[in-house]
Design a protein around this ligand. Structure first.
Ligand SMILES: Cc1cc2nc3c(=O)[nH]c(=O)nc-3n(C[C@H](O)[C@H](O)[C@H](O)COP(=O)(O)OP(=O)(O)OC[C@H]3O[C@@H](n4cnc5c(N)ncnc54)[C@H](O)[C@@H]3O)c2cc1C
Length: 388
């Protein structure tokens, strides 16, 4: 008979994407932590399939606040966090044809309240992004402070931070059973792990993990998003390398230069059950059609394509905090399309909530906006949640 390998920890985190690993990094100096990841490598799912951009004027108010609070970490991470810079200049451009000018103005007014943006009339827009066709691009606005994120450096930096303080990261072990009797017992492959606190950082599988623990979900919905890379002729690759990420204001597609190719995404949100998402041919074809209608980039067969699941709560804010109906069950899920650009601030906030540290006033407002109890239940801060 084989005996299970038994571990005891203060905190067990289910999920080795950016949510689980960044929280492990933050908690490791304070608590004994074990992370469990079902895949053989960290970041196999959403974390490894992103467009890797940091755009401050993007998402709900809570997301924008978390992104702004993350900027300092991206630009000056703690000593020893990463041997390479975490971010590189990119810029983010939102553009519209003449039919969509009103919508563009509204988005611009919103963006202006968050960060530095520049309005571009058609001449300035075509100078900023010369591959756009004039008939598709009447005006736009630029967020010059947007960045490319080195997502691998970010993930590995947090993993190193965690391991240096003794965190054990177990890979290739799917959690199959969760029991609660005083503490939490998590069974994963050959492992049996007991912990006082269980963190649900399972991305698209977060609802399943809650159900496995006998708890209600929070209506988190995984949504597929597809991307493909197009090879560019060498001259064009050089000429476009520094273009900003360019998004149609109706969010029908976006594109950005990516290591000598052009990454194109349909920006779609197709609800799916949690799974290893694959791209649909029709979605790739539609994305490329829209891209070629709006730009002068020559047609070519895509070099690579992929899809990933972005997981959202109904109000599109993450779900972070203790579950009121089960002591020691902590949510860290629903990062949607912003999990990388918000990771530094979100992990710091999540760690403070888990450790029950005091928060500054904007931290308290964020905690309310992200509380698992906000869906109509009085939250752990003793208040009914109001939208941030
Ligand atoms: C095409 C695309 C573009 C994107 N672009 C951006 C962008 O530019 N900027 C940005 O900030 N964000 C972007 N995102 C969103 C970002 O990728 C996600 O918000 C983020 O990666 C979510 O991280 P996570 O750790 O919650 O999820 P995941 O990375 O999916 O991690 C969850 C982990 O839990 C594990 N798991 C699940 N169930 C179990 C179990 N039972 N046992 C053990 N392990 C389990 C999974 O294997 C998985 O590794 C994009 C996403 C996509 C798909």
């Amino acid at each position: 008979m084989d005996f299970p390998m038994v571990e005891r920890a203060d905190v067990v985190i289910i999920g080795g994407g950016i949510a689980g690993i960044s929280l492990a990094g933050r908690l490791a100096p304070h608590r004994d932590v074990v992370v469990i990841e079902m895949e053989n490598h960290l970041g196999t799912h959403a974390t490894g399939r992103s467009a890797a951009v940091y755009i401050e004027a993007y998402g709900s108010r809570a997301i924008r606040l978390l992104s702004t609070r993350s900027r300092a970490f991206f630009e000056a991470p703690p000593a020893g966090f990463s041997a390479v810079p975490l971010v590189h200049p990119r810029g983010s451009l939102v553009f519209a044809g003449s039919d969509d000018r009103d919508r563009l103005r509204k988005e611009y007014a919103l963006a202006e309240r968050i960060t530095t943006v520049q309005w571009l009339d058609q001449d300035a827009l075509l100078t900023c992004c010369p591959v756009l066709r004039p008939e598709a691009a009447a005006a736009g606005f630029l967020e010059p402070g947007a960045r490319d994120i080195d997502t691998d450096a970010l993930l590995q930096g947090f993993a190193r931070m965690a391991r240096q303080c003794g965190t054990r990261i177990l890979t290739g072990v799917p959690v199959s059973e969760i029991r609660h009797a005083g503490d939490w017992l998590v069974i994963a492959g050959e492992w049996e792990i007991r912990a006082d606190v269980l963190v649900n950082a399972a991305g698209a599988w977060a609802e399943e993990v809650a159900h496995r623990a006998g708890l209600p979900g929070r209506g988190l919905q995984p949504m597929r998003r597809t991307a493909a890379t197009l090879p560019l002729p060498p001259d064009l690759a050089r000429a476009t390398a520094d273009l900003p990420v360019a998004t149609a204001v109706d969010e029908s597609f976006y594109f950005k230069p990516e290591a000598g190719d052009m990454l194109v995404s349909l920006s779609e949100e197709t609800p799916l059950r949690p799974c290893d998402a694959y791209p649909e041919d029709l979605d790739i074809a539609t994305a490329l059609e829209r891209f070629h209608e709006a730009t002068t980039v020559p047609r070519a067969r895509p070099k690579a394509s992929w899809a990933g699941l972005r997981t959202f709560a109904a109000d599109r804010n993450p779900v972070v905090g203790y579950e009121s109906t089960a002591p020691g069950f902590f949510w860290c899920a629903g990062q949607g399309g912003y999990g990388l650009q918000t990771a530094p601030a979100l992990s710091a906030l999540a760690a403070s909530l888990l450790l029950q540290e005091s928060l500054d006033s904007s931290g308290v407002a964020l905690a309310r906006a992200l509380s698992p109890e906000r869906f109509g239940i009085v939250n752990s801060l003793g208040d009914r949640c109001s939208a941030l």
